[in-house]
Each structure stands twice: as C-alpha cells, then as structure tokens.
Design a protein around this ligand. Structure first.
Ligand code: ZN
Length: 360
C-alpha cells in the first residue's frame, strides 16, 4: 500500500479500522475451529488432533495453533466473552492463558464453578498478558504455565520450565548415578543422556508393550469399533484408486470373501477375540507402527504413532473374524471417528450440546 497521500488522521483511523476487522476475523477463526472440532473434520482429513490440522493445513505455528485452540475452548464454554474479544478488552493471549490455567487447576483437582470463572474473567478484563499472569499466579502459583520453547536456529531450541523440588531431587540422584559416565554435565548433556537411556529401554520393551496393549485394547474396543476395509486395502495397495468423497461406513461390512478366507488359521477358533502374536507382528510391520487411517478425499495417511490399537475392520460384535485380513492398526482418534460414523455416536458430548455456530 502507498500511504504517501494519507493524512496522519487517515492513517490512525485506518489502523483502528483494520485492527477492529482483525479482531472480528480472529473470532470468526475461533468459530471455525470449534466447528472443525465438533465435526471431527481434522480426523476425517487424516489428522490425529485439531492442533496437527491447524499447523499442517492452516499453516499456523505450533504456538499460534495452541493459543487459538485454547481460546476457542474457553469461548465455547463462555460465549459471552466474544463481545470482549471483539472489543479488544480480551485477546487471544489472555484467553488461552486462562484456559490453560483452568485445565491445570482441574488437573490439580480444583474445579471452578461457572460463577467463579465469570469472576476470574472480570478480574483479567482489559489486562495485559503479563498482568494476567500476575493475577493467576496470585491465585495458584503452580497453575500458570511457565514452560516455553523458543527456536533459536534450525538446530537449536531453547526450552524453559520450572522444576519442583521433587524433580530436582530426582535429577540429582540420576546425576550421581551417571557421574562415572558424564561428570559435571550441562543440563543439555544430562537430558540427552537421559533421553538416550530412555530410548534404549523403550526399544527393548517396545515389542512386549505393543503386544500387551494390543491384547488389552482388543478386548476393550471390540464392541464399539468398526473400520473401513477400503482404507485398509489402500494401505496394502498404495496404487489403489479410491474415489469416494467421504467415508461410507456401510462399506466396512463388505469384506471380499477371498480375502476374508485367505488367511484361515486352523488353530484359531472362528470367533476368538484373541489376536495371534504373529498377526500382531505382521500388523506392526505392515503399518510401520503408524495409524493406517487414510482420508478418502485427499489420500492423506494419519501420521500418528501414539495410542495405537489393533481394530477389527468388520466389528467382532457383528461377526467380524480375528483373521489378519480383518485387522488393522488405528490411533485412538480414528478408532473413535470410524466407530462414531458407524454407530452415529458423537464422541464429544460437551460440544455436541452447544447450539450451532453461525459461520456467515
Ligand atoms: Zn490416526
């Protein structure tokens, strides 16, 4: 823009007008995020969390995505804050700080009533982020997040957090234990050594842990989980063409007889809930320890390697077999998504109960 012909008054007026529009746009973004969450659209697009969607699809930085999601959740709970957000009395930063504070307080078994939350918001109305921190710290010193990650260079990140006395005592014990190997380490050296130790131990236990998890989740989720056979087939045949725009749960029941029977195992009872070790190993290798959900629209595969579960494509409760051809690995988000699509169950009762949002 060329401002040369603008008077000072015009510049001031224009800036105020633009900021007002920016605030309205921010509120609108929060409504869209709420709807993305309500509809679990991020899961349908192959993302395990709304945050991952915000970063990878909406191109927010990690911190910006966290701020918006936290603010969105507080706004969803307290719609009256919208007016103050639009007027500038509250901003994204203070809303997300309060939301994180409340979440932390809840973890510490301190739940705030709606009236207490309203009082809290009145106390921070019009305050800066720093003033908000002071007010919240006075209420509950350890509930205000003090952690920070700051990227210094592509290779270096500064991490800051507050350690309790208990944590320092544990770290001292570990330092003494490792002193023969790394005497007088810096914190960075010390944590790298701890990370190496933990990874080595994790690798040693990984196989047993996944197998144990598989057995547990197998029994727990069989009554509620259904998966898309078409998506599973796509993982096994990446060249396969998938044309459907949205997941069609009914397709899950159509398992090709040849595939279903091709893996008959004489020692496995037809309706056993037990998953063979060799099948679990095969699934692990096939999935490479990653969720196998694929968005039918974009072909994007979920990248989650956390909370993985072995699930039945055709549910056990509906007669699905325990043969390898009927099993797949999904993360918790996609297990719930597919189950809800099949059984028309919305998982998030809290958000479901809210009135529809006007996205005009
Ligand atoms: Zn997933």
């Amino acid at each position: 823009m060329n401002f040369r012909s603008f008077t000072n008054d015009a510049i001031e007026h224009g800036a105020k007008e633009a900021v007002g529009k920016e605030r309205l746009a921010t509120t609108r973004v929060l409504h869209y995020l709420q709807e993305l969450e309500n509809r679990k659209l991020y899961a349908e697009r192959g993302f395990p969390t709304l945050h991952a969607y915000c970063v990878q699809v909406l191109s927010y930085s990690t911190a910006a995505a966290y701020r918006r999601i936290a603010a969105m959740r507080l706004l969803a709970e307290m719609p009256s804050l919208e007016e103050k957000l639009n007027s500038g009395e509250l901003n994204l930063s203070t809303l997300s700080t309060v939301q994180n504070f409340l979440v932390q307080e809840e973890k510490n078994k301190k739940k705030y009533s709606p009236e207490e939350k309203i009082q809290l918001m009145k106390a921070i109305n019009g305050k800066s982020r720093r003033e908000t921190d002071r007010i919240l710290t006075a209420i509950s010193p350890f509930a205000v997040p003090q952690e920070r990650e700051r990227v210094l260079t592509p290779e270096l990140t500064e991490i800051r957090f507050v350690a309790s006395r208990e944590l320092l005592e544990k770290l001292d014990r570990l330092k003494n234990h490792l002193s023969h190997k790394i005497p007088n380490p810096t914190y960075a050296e010390f944590f790298e050594e701890l990370a190496d130790l933990a990874i080595r131990k994790m690798k040693l236990n990984e196989k047993e842990q996944i197998e144990k998890q598989s057995e547990t989740t197998n029994i727990r989720s069989e009554n509620t989980s259904i998966q898309s056979v078409s998506a599973k087939k796509k993982i096994r045949d990446p060249q396969g063409t998938q044309t459907s725009d949205t997941l069609n749960p009914t397709q899950s029941f159509r398992i090709p007889p040849a595939e279903k029977n091709s893996n008959s195992e004489p020692h496995l009872p037809a309706q056993s809930r037990y998953t063979r070790k060799k099948d679990r190993r095969a699934l692990r290798e096939e999935s490479q320890g990653q969720c196998t959900f694929i968005d039918p629209k974009t072909g994007r595969r979920c990248e989650s390697k956390r909370f993985l579960q072995i699930e039945h494509c055709e549910p056990y409760a509906l007669g699905g077999s325990n043969h390898l051809s009927n099993l797949r690995i999904l993360c918790g988000t996609h297990n719930r998504l597919l189950a809800s699509q099949i059984f028309k169950v919305t998982q998030k009762v809290k958000t479901e109960a809210k009135p529809p949002v006007d996205l005009k």
